[in-house]
Design a protein around this ligand. Structure first.
Ligand SMILES: *[C@@H]1O[C@H](CO)[C@@H](O)[C@H](O)[C@H]1NC(C)=O
Ligand SMILES: *[C@@H]1O[C@H](CO)[C@@H](O)[C@H](O)[C@H]1NC(C)=O
Ligand SMILES: *[C@@H]1O[C@H](CO)[C@@H](O)[C@H](O)[C@H]1NC(C)=O
Ligand SMILES: *[C@@H]1O[C@H](CO)[C@@H](O)[C@H](O)[C@H]1NC(C)=O
Ligand SMILES: *[C@@H]1O[C@H](CO)[C@@H](O)[C@H](O)[C@H]1NC(C)=O
Ligand SMILES: *[C@@H]1O[C@H](CO)[C@@H](O)[C@H](O)[C@H]1NC(C)=O
Ligand SMILES: CC(=O)N[C@H]1CO[C@H](CO)[C@@H](O)[C@@H]1O
Length: 769
């Protein structure tokens, strides 16, 4: 049975108002279950045991303070109930919150909270007190906790929304959802919303909690609004629990303002030597929109847009820069108009009208700067024939001072190695030395022009001097070494092809002829810079050790014609079929190299000198030494590459000079053996002779630039009373047997062999000197 006593307890106002509403609904005869729409409470529980268990729906109000005696909320009834049986409760809150007495009355012993637990599930059983036996099957039932309006709506923290400034009236800004812990199926848990301020601009529909705008907003006027919203439960009734929150609404920017100039006139100064792209200055513009919505475009007066350029900087101001260099001497002031415009998404009402500063005047003063000279060309190209020297002028460079002062210009070439000199006043270029195209065909150098004042400015120009070719080189034979004749070659066989090469440019076509006719070979000019060597007759054999040499004259096609005679060796070879070489005749003797020849010559000369020394020695021994005053000094060189030797070769040296060298008794030999200069003749020459030899020896030792160190130097010394006689070994050898050659031992190890040949005994001389 539902207890209706609660209606009597509605004493506290406000808080209990919600309960009152519920109860009044109930008291008006409506089914509680249907009114609350609680599906968890069955309309008829325990249909099966209808005859056994019987109770009505059980409800208990939340937040009721426990009473004494505890409040009865219902009664358990069972058909098997007798005085000796008893009801027992089990399940949620059994015997603590809910208790049952001997008569089946269920009471609440504690304060309930629907927001914590809204339904309690219990089961009841009936037992025989004496036997303790169950008298009926257990059955379950529920106790529903009824809601009272004990919770207020709660807003989420930090509510904010945004809307674009051009949005139309009625556009949605945001939704605001507050929550109420009370039963949402009752008015206790339902919420209505209300704007407490800002209602002139915003609207909130009290059910859908959607905030809309009443009219378009202008971010440039106010970019953020803070409004207070109230949420209240028990909609439609003045009482109820409420909460308020602050909502921030941001207005998003749109490009709805056009850009305008901040000033009517802009003045700038620019130096005339400013580089391209130089930033002259800033044309400040005003645009109330946020930076990302600033998009000004500038248009310049015609023709000036070819000189100047306007770009946007990060602040979306116009940056005026140089497109072409300025020249003070041509134009020292530039005045022009610039228009600014902007395409906007929408139009802000406060940014329209005819008085906007959409045009500005720009004044640019060009400042004069002392500029360096300017060459008439940045690069000069000249050409001259090689080998010329007398022809004085190659060409001329010229430069001017662009300034008003117009200083004179002086020219110079800073590179000292440059083969060209420049006239400092006229700028004429002339050759310092002859040029050779074959060495360097293009000379590139810099000419400097500088103002003829102290600390004058300089500028440079490149000059390319091309050296033109003249035919000054004779042609040469190429790849002649591949020409050979096979033993089995028939007459008219082409045994090889020769080509020609010329250092000069464009020599025209080479012509080939035989300088000396050959009975065995002929030469055929192919008219294409090659010539074929043909065999006139066969029958060559490697047996006969012959090497054939053709003298080929090659003429080039230049003017003047240059020709050369080239030797072409033709070997005789045994060949397999197809002229494949098997074996070629070797020509060892004739093929001897020049260096080998030189070496042989050197040996011959050395032996010769030694012989002369010996002869001299013998002569001094034989003859009575005659004191001589110092005389003329001769110096002659023996050259290696001269043929022959011996006394007959008077070109090489003058033997007679040597013979008189040390008849002088004052001769003092040098300290050690050193080729000819040390000829040690006991007490022969004295004073200046010895000095002379030392000086010459020293010269020879330290002369790096001259003749190789191993060249034999012969220094003759002849006194005024020269008794020059023959040095001939034929003359002197006959009496040589009784001579004392012991001095050879004193000359050191190089003369040991000679000493052993001529000397008496090598052992006793080692200790001397
Ligand atoms: C607020 O509740 C409505 C429905 O009641 C829902 O559509 C909306 O998404 C909710 N908004 C927020 C911010 O939770
Ligand atoms: C609304 O009230 C809040 C809090 O008092 C205040 O900060 C805000 O500026 C008010 N808004 C308007 C539009 O008056
Ligand atoms: C000079 O010659 C070079 C090529 O050698 C050429 O590139 C250049 O244009 C020429 N300059 C002038 C001014 O003729
Ligand atoms: C020799 O030179 C000529 C012309 O340059 C060429 O045609 C020919 O093939 C050469 N011969 C050999 C064997 O290299
Ligand atoms: C030159 O002429 C000869 C004979 O006409 C020919 O065999 C050869 O191939 C030619 N050489 C060149 C390089 O044209
Ligand atoms: C030509 O060759 C023959 C051998 O084949 C030789 O006897 C003769 O001397 C050669 N003539 C010349 C000019 O080399
Ligand atoms: C109603 C009922 O069953 N009562 C029984 C309770 O237990 C005692 C002792 O077992 C019985 O004598 C009663 O008949």
């Amino acid at each position: 049975m539902m207890k209706r006593s609660a209606c009597r307890q509605m004493t506290e106002p406000g808080f209990w108002a919600g309960v009152l509403v519920v109860l009044c609904t109930l008291s008006m005869g409506a089914d509680v279950h249907q009114a609350l729409k609680t599906p968890s409470v069955p309309s008829r529980v325990l249909q099966r045991h209808k005859r056994d268990w019987k109770w009505d729906k059980l409800y208990a109000y939340e937040e009721m303070p426990p009473k004494n005696p505890p409040e009865k909320i219902g009664k358990l009834e069972n058909t098997f109930f007798t005085t000796i049986s008893r009801y027992i409760l089990s399940g949620e809150g059994a015997n603590v919150i809910f208790t049952v007495n001997d008569y089946g009355d269920i009471t609440v012993n504690a304060k309930l909270d629907r927001e914590k637990k809204s339904v309690y599930k219990l089961s009841a059983s009936l037992i025989n007190i004496t036997s303790g036996k169950q008298l009926d099957n257990d059955d379950t039932f529920v106790i529903v906790v009824l809601d009272i309006n004990d919770n207020s709506p709660v807003f989420p923290p930090d509510l904010s929304g945004s809307i674009s400034e051009s949005s139309k009236a009625g556009s949605i800004v945001m939704t605001v959802n507050a929550t109420d812990a009370d039963d949402g199926n009752t008015q206790n848990g339902r919420i209505e919303y209300k704007l407490l301020n800002g209602t002139d601009l915003f609207n909130i529909n009290n059910k859908g909690n959607i905030i809309t705008i009443k009219s378009s907003l202008d971010r440039e006027k106010q970019s953020q609004y803070i409004i207070t919203i109230q949420a209240k439960d028990m909609p439609g009734i003045k009482s109820g629990n409420s909460a308020t929150t602050i909502v921030t609404i941001n207005i998003n920017d749109e490009n709805d303002n056009i850009a305008t100039f901040k000033k009517e006139k802009y003045h700038f100064n620019v130096k005339e030597d400013s580089k391209l792209g130089y930033e002259i200055g800033v044309l400040g513009v005003e645009d109330k929109d946020e930076i990302q919505n600033k998009d000004p475009t500038f248009t310049m007066q015609h023709e000036f847009d070819e000189v100047f350029d306007i770009k946007l900087n990060n602040e979306k101001d116009g940056i005026l820069s140089l497109k072409v260099p300025l020249d003070y001497e041509t134009k020292n002031m530039h005045i022009f108009n610039v228009n600014v415009d902007e395409h906007t998404v929408s139009k802000s009402p406060d940014n329209q009208g005819p008085n906007l500063q959409k045009r500005a005047q720009v004044f640019i003063s060009v400042i004069d700067v002392d500029e360096p000279p300017v060459f008439s060309q940045t690069e000069f190209n000249f050409s001259i024939y090689e080998g010329q020297f007398k022809s004085p002028i190659i060409g001329a460079v010229s430069a001017k001072d662009p300034d008003k002062t117009g200083y004179k210009i002086r020219y110079s070439i800073e590179d000292a190695n440059c083969p060209v000199a420049v006239d400092p006043v006229q700028g004429h270029l002339s050759l310092k030395r002859q040029l050779d195209r074959e060495q360097e065909s293009l000379h590139t150098f810099q000419v400097t022009a500088h103002e003829d004042v102290p600390n004058g400015l300089k500028s440079y120009a490149m000059v390319n001097l091309k050296v033109l070719d003249i035919n000054d080189n004779a042609p040469e034979l190429t790849n002649g070494s591949y020409v050979y004749v096979c033993e089995r070659d028939e007459p008219e066989t082409i045994i090889g092809t020769v080509g020609a090469y010329d250092k000069d440019e464009n020599p025209g076509r080479f012509r080939f002829t035989l300088a000396k006719k050959s009975s065995n070979f002929s030469l055929h000019d192919n008219q294409n810079n090659t010539a074929n060597i043909k065999l006139k007759q066969g029958g060559f054999s490697t047996e006969r050790s012959m090497e054939y040499v053709l003298e080929i004259e090659i003429t080039d096609g230049g003017t003047p014609e240059q020709k050369s005679i080239n030797l072409l060796q033709i070997k005789v070879c045994t060949c397999q079929t197809g002229r494949r070489i098997e074996y070629c005749m070797a020509y060892a003797q004739t093929g001897m190299s020049v260096s080998a020849l030189l070496a042989i010559l050197l040996c011959i000369v050395t032996i010769l000198v030694i012989v002369i020394l010996i002869v001299l020695r013998r002569r001094f021994q034989k003859e009575v030494l005659v004191t001589k005053s110092s005389g003329e000094i001769h110096e002659q060189l023996v050259r290696y590459d001269e043929e022959g030797g011996g006394e007959m070769d008077t070109n090489g040296y003058d033997v007679s000079i040597l013979s008189s060298a040390c008849h002088d008794s004052g001769f003092r030999p040098g300290p050690g053996p050193s080729l000819y200069a040390v000829v040690k003749k006991p007490s022969a020459c004295k004073g200046d002779m010895a000095m002379m030899i030392e000086v010459k020896k020293d010269e020879a030792d330290h002369d790096r630039g001259g003749i190789p160190y191993d060249t034999l130097h012969i220094y003759g010394y002849e006194g005024s009373e020269s008794l020059a006689g023959s040095l001939s070994s034929l003359d002197s050898s006959s009496s040589g047997s009784n001579l004392d050659y012991n001095f050879l031992h004193e000359w050191g190890p190089r003369f040991r062999t000679l000493a052993q040949l001529y000397g008496v005994d090598g052992s006793d001389t080692d200790s001397s000197d």
